[in-house]
Design a protein around this ligand. Sequence first.
Ligand code: SF4
Length: 458
Amino acid sequence: MTSCATPRLDAAAPDHSMRRGACPSLAKPMQTGDGLLVRLRPATGSLTPAELQALAVAAERFGNGILEVTARGNLQVRGLTAANVAGLALAIGKAGIAVAEGVAIETPPLAGVDIDEIIDPRPFALALREAIAALDPPLKLAPKLSIIVDGGGRFHLDDIVADLRLKAVNTDDGVAWLLSLGGTARAARPVALLDQREAVPGLLAVVRRLAAMGDTARGRDLDAEVVKDELAGRARPPATSTLAMESAVPVAGLHTLADGATVLGVGLAFAQADAASLTAFLRNAEELGAAEIRLAPGHGLFLLGLDRDAAAIVQRLAFSLGFRIAPDDPRNHIATCAGTGACASALMETKAVARLMVEAAPELLDGSLTVHLSGCPKGCARPSSSELTLVGAPSGYALVVNGTASVAPSAYTDANGIRSAFAHLGALVRENKDAGESARSCLTRLGAARIAAAFEQG
Ligand code: SF4
């Protein structure tokens, strides 16, 4: 991954394919249902409040006025035209925002300041980025290839899918990097333990192998035994004791950093914020001392620089502007894709349906499960399986129980029936839940047939 202060646009051409493998950067925006989409990540991993305000203003001027933070913690601007992407790029350059380019190398949102971190992963991520960028000729890699470099900590990236994952682990010989292939940390195949001095050359060898397999090859396509052979002499076998993991702490809330300072985490409701709300929020936060913004997976933002009292004030302001501020906000537990108006493939207004679900079926949103609302069977917002997935269909909505958006649904309802379908699902949990039982456990116990029957009562 390289970076540039002023994004290059000389070769800019919209990608009209709308393929999921496309990477909608500033130089190659992607065509969607509401115009062009640009996804970007700050090269430094953080923004100042003023920089994010400038981006929000630019999203209003050149796009549809909505700024999104994706499930991976990237920024998205929608509703652009081919003619005004250049204006957005200029505004970004003028604001002094350096945009990361090339292979995505991701580190946890609070890298370097996380209180439980084993090591700051950013120096290694930078060395790897520079080593890949220096290769001549450049490697041709899959556009969406991602490498996670995770120093551990409370806000680790274990639940984020990656092609290659390096996770810091403590060993008798000091900190080492556990390399695993494909999937989330739980699903990935661990292949090697690399000492710090061997990690960059080791990763380069694996990345070269991927490139040799073709420009669509992903981490899941790598043969673990071949990679182990490739790294023989550089790496140790991974110890199974290094694989235990806990869930990351939810972003929303007040947290303490390694130096004792406070950080405020907020979430964007259904992944979006309008420019006016975001600029008002950031302006006030900056006045109260916020100095740095870190984008966070799960559609979140961290604000650093506030003292505890100021953070509490900014948190209340965030709540009043519609941001998510608490781990138990029911909106935390709904994953939505862009939906109609923002994606040409969508058959569901996902954000509106999500609001309806919060009103009609709060019993489902106790945090024990994530409900996935998908505009079509592609399931962009959540490629993995969910307990409940609602998929837009030509004649209404399809419900998938324990599956992804692409599997055969268990039940249908038409557009008029969706509110009462949600209400019946909520009632199913409310009336059958044992004391202390979670919605997830209750639904699992009741089974897919009961869930489908309740949904179709709508
Ligand atoms: S899942 Fe949503 S965002 Fe993805 S293609 Fe379908 S409608 Fe579009």
